[in-house]
Design a binder for this molecule. Sequence first.
Ligand code: TPP
Ligand code: MG
Length: 547
Amino acid sequence: MNTAELLVRCLENEGVQYVFGLPGEENLHVLEALKHSSIQFITTRHEQGAAFMADVYGRLTGKAGVCLSTLGPGATNLMTGVADANLDGAPLVAITGQVGTDRMHIESHQYLDLVAMFAPVTKWNKQIVRPSITPELVRKAFKLAQSEKPGAVHIDLPENIAAMPVEGTPLYKQNVDRTFASFASIRSASALISQANNPIILVGNGAIRAQASDAVTQFATQLNIPVANTFMGKGVIPYTHPLALWSVGLQQRDFINCGFDNTDLVIAVGYDLIEFSPKKWNPDSKIPIVHIAANPAEIDSSYIPSVEVVGDISDSLDEILKVADRQTKPNPYAISLRSNIRSDYEQYANDDGFPIKPQKIIYDLRQVMGPEDIVISDVGAHKMWIARHYHCHSPNTCLISNGFAAMGIAIPGAVAAKLVHPNRKVVAATGDGGFMMNCQELETALRVGTAFVTLIFNDGGYGLIEWKQENHFGKGRSSFVHFGNPDFVKLAESMGLKGYRVEAATDLVPILKEALAQDVPAVIDCPVDYRENIRFTQKAGELNCVV
Ligand SMILES: Cc1ncc(C[n+]2csc(CCOP(=O)(O)OP(=O)(O)O)c2C)c(N)n1
Ligand SMILES: [Mg+2]
């Protein structure tokens, strides 16, 4: 056995199903070992695609997604997806090839110090400097990647070490016990929650990672406290629940911000500050906070919890419920807020404007998707609209990158989602800019048999940036954001995919239905009316929170 084979045995021991990657001369031994393993290697068309696939696989399963590249240029290409996983709290293990240890000290073809390069975008990373350390190193990599808060780790394997003979077996995987919050913190939290007149629950991706959505729903229902979720907390409570206030986190104010203006206690559950700065909802640091999470609170001058309940989230919520004593009358303000948010959403149901308003595109998308089907959003103006208008029945059914927020994640992410859930419908919702960053992975999708739909919000530009420029400098005063597009239908067809073009608002639902029924990946070119962006800014500016 050589080191590469031992590495692959260790990956099998970790339960790895897929390695996403792109071959190179420096990882021949690893590829050879993978060929003789139970692991399926998914060859991608760009290393970034491989990393995004591993990223979304990790987010959906809680198990580290694994991606692989060669040294130098392969590794630099991999980095964006690795960074995305790290800042989004998705468990990921990146493996790079490397020159032999005999030529790292001199100027060497394609050599970059990859341990130094990946250090800022990972939780931990190391080079395999000796064959015999492989089992410990791999076990440590997976343990760190998958433990709270999950993220990316990186293993660098020099080619001469990969080929060296070695003896060894993978390490036993210990079960990590859940940790529970102290009674003192449960009691203090219960007292604050019992006394508050107008509390609001703010849920983040930590609650999704901890699979605490049933506990959150029960907690909110029993204590009658409204729930807002961050973009990455979607589905934690069904959007149809009478206490669901849907998503919060836009840069500008929205109805939901009125809820935070009028609260006297925020109960933050699995809330990651990276997504939505507390400065946006607690600028004067006056709102008392109860922090309920697996880890202690991050430091932020606007986030100084009165009490930190640190431990298993579901257990903490159940324990607080046993002690908390609140009158169970629904809060009339929260109810009226919900009704405003809902009617704003419903008003686009029959909008027939063309190009189609983003609110209507998303309304229609929700109509054709089942409760467990999955939308992967890319990054841009469409993401903001998806965050605001696409609502979920259950967790991990609308994935948004809101920690690193890298464009180009949707198509590779959809490949991973379809591999994890082959029986669910999957839609990659993307801007035309993000589409052109990783559309090459549609060939991967066709080859590996992941038939999902790519829905392009076509505005001929970097819409979100145009929106920001107009917010900043005034209407019509944007620069460097427009571009031309290929014929997306022909592009899809040239790749052996199905292509559709939306030509009227009423086309979208039938096209979506037909596209979702295909057994090959399908691409829908949907013109979008982004005049709604600046209209929304104006409306939000006029927002008056009446209590
Ligand atoms: C890789 C990367 N590059 C640049 C950005 C900055 N950025 C955020 S949104 C955006 C525009 C996105 O354009 P498009 O994909 O067409 O979506 P739209 O905003 O038009 O809906 C840009 C350039 C980013 N987030 N990620
Ligand atoms: Mg665009």
